[in-house]
Design a protein around this ligand. Structure first.
Ligand code: SF4
Length: 632
């Protein structure tokens, strides 16, 4: 047992001290309140006796009884200081990380400024403004402790906000406060909790110091600090009176710090390591007009039309544009596949459509029309609502796309509760039905489980079920079957098929595996180096693909007739790097049919009468003919 291993003798002693202190805080004023207030003029400033083991003060009041009674106020004030500092620190540190880059920058600068300001000066400033006394001391110490908590929270939440499950939650349009409460805070709670325990101990020490100096708790109230001050005044007369409050302050503050350490060891949390190397959460950048020329003829019933989409990022030697002038359309209820090697721009295209490209990335497009509305012209709130309810995204790694601290059911039902106003019971019933539709056995039990308790394929299907909770009209599935074995691949594709067949949801399936796309989709868009190079009906791919790259992808897929004795076919060379300047066709360096024109002139993506789109100067079939007559 982990808890037993961490309970060293010192920790057991200190935890016992804490337990006794809390018990005294509850019963102390009731049990010894009378004795603590009773004055005995015949026993003024008396030393240790059988009746008064810790002696008496200048009014003959029993110091032991007063020390026991002071436990409640001392602990209450310390807890109040730590709680106020944590509330303010968490708000200051976590909220901006859910906002835009400007909010994060400003919050970071504010925290830096507060940390640079000496805590003691800050506390004195507040005491001067509020006034000497209990309230002033509590407020001053809370203000002084806030910057450290804010910095810790900022670091911890930055690591969580950059995770895939927060991105997934944002994609469902969850409001920021809800993201904070449900997804960020539960995942940073353990290190904050242990810090909180230590902060109570520090607050107790600081409050006692202020009371001892006469700027904290004032008569007639008293805490351990003010009792210590009284006892120290007469330390030469009754030295034993100092022992009670001094021992209480030292022991209890030490016990809180030991508790914090024990919690840290039990939870194996290293607060300093939690925020390293993580990316920031995406924010939707503005969509502005692009200038490139490729276009697409959208069908009348198009649910999504992307026209001239480009995505750019700042690079070491200027801007790089990993997605250039992509145009495509998806009809209602259609299954469209996007295929290409890693780095071809498939996933970035999907993220740009879902408005999830992170700054400093920039998206440019002539238009991105979803459900007959240009997303750039929509009011941001309406755009977010529309994307959250009508468009769902399925990410490649379902484990990192779910919040590990929340049960599956809570995450799956959230978007429909938020956006469609469903009651939790109603949303849970719907989630159970969705799970059953997608062949997830024991749906009710699965909803009560945590993500790590589900298999990879089950998590992926749960993610699809989550997307279906708002009955979206389009699902963008980004490599949903990558890294899954073939049996689980079939289950996931079946789930997407069910969504398409049962609810008429259009599917955009992104994959590097052209055989998966060919089998699942009606139409295939082939991307290379950030551009669409060919678009063709899936049933015409074999024998009908005209672009050398499409044909090379098909040739690289082994089938039952592939000779096991010969090496598997591959495409020679490598795709151009994102920042590489290319004149002419980007595939020319790897293409066996490249001519001088290919190397100097960019082939435009042209629409042909047979429904195909193609960007190649030397197509491998006669384009523009009817299906079945095109293979050379
Ligand atoms: S344009 Fe030229 S280099 Fe590019 S794919 Fe076609 S034939 Fe090959």
């Amino acid at each position: 047992m982990r808890i037993r291993q961490e309970l060293t003798p010192l920790r057991i002693v200190m935890l016992t001290v804490l337990a006794v202190a809390f018990a005294l805080a509850i019963i102390g004023p009731v049990a010894w309140g009378g004795a603590a207030e009773a004055t005995h003029l015949d026993a003024l400033s008396q030393g240790s006796t059988a009746a008064n083991p810790l002696g008496t003060d200048a009014l003959g009041r029993d110091m032991l009884a007063r020390t026991l009674v002071a436990t409640r106020l001392s602990l209450l004030l310390a807890v109040a200081v730590a709680t106020l500092a944590f509330l303010a620190g968490i708000l200051l540190g976590a909220l901006p990380s859910l906002g835009g880059p400007r909010a994060r920058r400003r919050a970071g600068a504010a925290i830096n400024l507060l940390i640079a300001f000496p805590a003691l000066l800050l506390a004195l400033l507040v005491v001067t403004m509020v006034g000497i006394g209990t309230e002033g001391a509590v407020l001053a110490l809370a203000v002084a402790g806030t910057p450290q908590i804010a910095r810790l929270t900022q670091t911890l939440s930055a690591s969580v906000v950059g995770s895939d499950y927060v991105t997934a939650a944002r994609a469902t349009g969850i409001p920021r406060w809800r993201l904070l409460v449900r997804h960020v805070l539960p995942n940073i709670a353990p290190p904050l909790a242990l810090q909180y325990a230590s902060a109570i101990g520090t607050a107790l020490l600081s409050l006692s110091a202020l009371s001892f100096l006469g700027v904290g708790v004032q008569e007639p109230r008293y805490d351990w600090g003010s009792l210590l001050a009284v006892a120290l005044d007469r330390v030469y007369l009754t030295p034993v009176a100092v022992l009670g409050p001094a021992a209480a302050i030292v022991l209890v503050s030490l016990a809180f710090n030991v508790l914090g350490d024990a919690l840290a060891d039990m939870l194996s949390v290293d607060p300093a390591s939690r925020g390293r190397g993580r990316r920031r959460a995406p924010v939707p950048p503005p969509v502005v007009a692009a200038t490139d020329r490729d276009a697409v003829a959208a069908p009348d019933d198009a649910i999504l039309t992307v026209d001239g989409l480009s995505v750019a990022f700042p690079g070491q030697h200027g801007r790089v544009t990993p997605v250039r002038d992509v145009s495509l359309a998806v009809a209602q209820g259609e299954r469209l596949g996007i295929v290409g090697e890693s780095g071809s721009g498939k996933s970035l295209t999907a993220l740009a459509v879902a408005q999830l490209i992170e700054r400093p990335g920039a998206v440019a497009a002539r238009s991105i029309t979803f459900e007959d509305a240009d997303l750039a012209r929509l009011d941001p709130a309406e755009r977010d609502r529309r994307l959250a309810t009508s468009m769902a995204m399925v990410f490649q790694d379902p484990l990192s796309s779910f919040n590990p601290a929340l049960r599956i059911g809570r995450q799956v039902t959230e978007s429909s509760e938020v956006h469609l106003g469903r009651r939790h019971a109603e949303a849970t019933a719907l989630a159970t039905a969705r799970f059953s539709e997608l062949a997830i056995a024991g749906a009710e039990r699965r909803l009560r489980q945590y993500p790590h308790e589900l298999s990879g394929g089950m998590r992926q299907r749960a993610m699809i079920a989550m997307g279906l909770m708002t009955q979206p009209r389009l699902i963008l599935a980004d490599e949903p079957t990558t890294a899954l074995d073939v049996t689980v691949q079939r289950q996931v594709l079946y789930a997407l098929h069910q969504a398409n067949a049962e609810h008429g949801t259009a599917i955009v399936l992104i994959s590097h595996d052209i055989s998966v796309v060919e089998a699942f989709c009606a139409r295939v868009v082939v991307m290379y180096a950030g551009r669409v190079v060919e678009e063709i009906a899936a049933d015409r791919l074999r024998g009908g693909a005209a672009h050398p790259y499409t044909r090379a992808l098909l040739a690289a897929v082994p089938d039952m007739t592939t000779d096991r004795a010969t090496p598997l076919a591959s495409i020679p060379g490598r795709p151009p790097a994102a920042g590489e300047v290319i004149t002419g066709c980007a595939f020319a360096a790897r293409c066996g049919f490249a001519t001088d024109r290919c190397r100097s002139e960019l082939p435009p993506l042209e629409q042909h009468p047979d429904g195909r789109r193609l960007a190649c100067w030397n197509p491998r079939v006669a384009v523009g003919t009817h299906p079945g007559q095109e293979d050379r």
